[in-house]
Design a binder for this molecule. Structure first.
Ligand code: GLC
Length: 535
């Protein structure tokens, strides 16, 4: 079976993982120094957020050169060594591909801006002003304000779904598609195992440039972008054609045992999301990211909601395709802050015992919480442009990794780009390694179980009854049957269960390996999750 179907993916935000040269920002050398940690943690694959040259208006998601390493993070030789060293430890490496937009400092855009007749002009999306003057239509930017900025010399507007410094590429232009496929080939030749593709569902916009319908339910607590319903800037049929071409490149670089994959960033309802797997004849993403645990469950965290989010997805997943699950990333508040410590353990057990591929965000293994960012340290452009919408702030989930109790949490030796969380003295990797029942040891234990039990990594999934705040399901491979029981409630419960306890979220080591028999009743403590091996 292809590795990506059950791989545990670990997202590294390079700025915040490990600084090796004392400039306060993480770098590639730092990541290399922590590969042993990642191997021991038990993950299968690392995903690196952008490390390419960038003016950093959106912290690397505004790329000025797709085929280089930003000196802030190191040199190409460091990157090559990272891939080699990761592979030596049986870790796959996937990198961020950001095709939707470049930086306004990318040479393509600098050319395109020169004149209406420049040969790169059509690589971006330009429109004349509306007939009455002003922006061409009502399309909104993700980061507040319109998606159009005027280029005074030419009198035309260019499209940007994010910052004005992130102009959208025109994927209706075949040269743009080819250029992006070349970028993919460049990194594939360097030996990477695939891509996480940024905002893949936004690549193409409607050709008629008509206004989007107004969202009647908009209110001022919502982001500005929610003022319209995105029938024109999201999820267009032509986007699928581009993705099919990307997939063909990946397939050309794949061989059995060395498959190259892509996981696409897509925030859409399930029925639209699953279309991004493509078809057998025209495959698309290996894994379209499933963010529904984040978007639909974390704010309403209980057994019924979580079960619904899981079961609706499993029911709609096309035959032959693999599931995937996510609890956090660099755009979302830390889940430990959203649901608290005890429920975080339930969420962790859930993530690592569901079928398919789980994606994990750095630092969640020690239960990192949102950083408390003083007003004068806010630097995320999305947050700065929409200061009244708390949920738009992204600095809190990007603070430096907390390795130990020394100055700067062992992340750096000098002032860091974002402040280290105040709780680093107690909450850090070193402390949790020594503490038997820590979150870190729970994560390691669950990742080990995934490797030891095929029922967990590749087995079938069946949802069980969901009573009194308990979500239970079974995983089965051949004769091996494992059941998972998650008690979201604050009261202990008796459940029917037989077999051997493989894991408890409490990490009560006495409880691991405990044998229980018959249906006389097994007690699930309050907020406890158990993994049982049927015997
Ligand atoms: C994606 C990234 C986000 C970035 C945006 C624009 O959503 O995850 O961090 O700001 O794309 O590239």
């Amino acid at each position: 079976m292809e590795w990506w179907r059950s791989a545990a993916i670990y997202q590294i935000y390079p700025r915040s993982f490990q600084d090796s040269n004392g400039d306060g920002t993480g770098d590639i050398e730092g990541i290399i120094a922590r590969l042993d940690y990642l191997q021991e943690l038990g993950i299968d694959c690392i995903w690196l957020s952008p490390f390419y040259p960038s003016p950093n208006k959106d912290f690397g998601y505004d790329i000025s050169n797709y085929c280089e390493v930003d000196p802030l993070f190191g040199a190409m030789a460091d990157f090559d060594r990272l891939v080699a060293e990761a592979h030596q430890r049986s870790l796959k490496v996937i990198v961020d591909l950001v095709p939707n937009h470049t930086s306004d400092q990318h040479e393509w855009f600098l050319e395109a801006k020169k004149s209406k007749s420049n040969e790169k002009r059509d690589w971006y999306v330009w429109r004349d002003a509306a007939s009455g003057g002003g922006v061409p239509n009502n399309w909104p930017s993700y980061f507040g304000g319109p998606a159009w900025t005027l280029d005074p010399p030419s009198g035309q507007y260019y499209l940007h779904q994010f910052l004005p410094e992130q102009p959208d590429l025109n994927f209706r232009n075949g040269q743009v598609v080819e250029a992006m496929l070349d970028v993919m080939r460049f990194w594939l030749k360097r030996g990477i195992d695939g891509f996480r593709v940024d905002v893949i569902w936004l690549l193409v916009e409607a050709a008629d440039f008509a206004d989007e319908p107004i969202n009647e339910h908009w209110h001022k607590n919502l982001i500005e972008r929610a003022r319209t319903i995105h029938t024109k800037i999201e999820d267009q049929p032509e986007t699928h054609e581009v993705i099919q071409k990307m997939r063909q490149v990946l397939d050309q670089f794949s061989s059995p045992g060395k498959e190259r994959m892509m996981i696409g960033e897509i925030y859409l309802p399930y029925d639209q999301l699953i279309t991004y797997y493509g078809s057998k004849e025209q495959p698309e993403c290996h894994l379209p990211f499933n963010f529904h645990l984040i978007t639909d469950a974390l704010d309403n965290w209980n057994a019924e909601t979580v079960r619904k989010v899981v079961d609706e997805y499993m029911a709609i997943l096309p035959a032959g395709e693999s599931a995937n699950w996510v609890l956090g990333n660099h755009d979302q508040f830390r889940f430990a802050s959203r649901i608290g410590n005890a429920q975080s353990r339930i969420a962790t057990m859930l993530l690592f015992t569901l079928p398919g591929s789980p994606t994990w965000y750095y630092g969640d293994e020690i239960g990192m919480v949102n950083g408390d960012i003083p007003l004068d340290r806010i630097i995320d452009p999305r947050g700065l442009r929409q200061p009244d919408v708390i949920s738009e702030q992204r600095d809190p989930e990007r603070t430096p990794m907390q390795w130990d109790g020394t100055a700067y949490g062992g992340f750096s030796t000098s002032d860091t780009w974002l402040p280290v969380n105040a709780d680093y003295l107690e909450r850090n990797v070193q402390a949790q390694e020594e503490q038997k029942d820590s979150m870190l040891n729970l994560v390691k234990h669950l990742l080990r179980l995934r490797k030891q039990h095929q029922a967990l990594s590749t087995g079938t999934y069946a949802s069980q009854s969901c009573e009194a705040g308990i979500f239970a399901y079974t995983r089965q491979f051949g004769d091996e049957k494992i059941s998972v029981h998650l008690n979201f409630g604050s009261e202990s419960r008796k459940i029917d269960g037989t077999g051997k306890i493989l894991a408890s979220t409490t990490m009560n080591t006495g409880r691991n390996d405990e044998k229980i028999g018959g249906t006389s009743g097994l007690t699930l403590k309050r907020f406890e999750g158990l993994v049982l091996l049927d015997s």
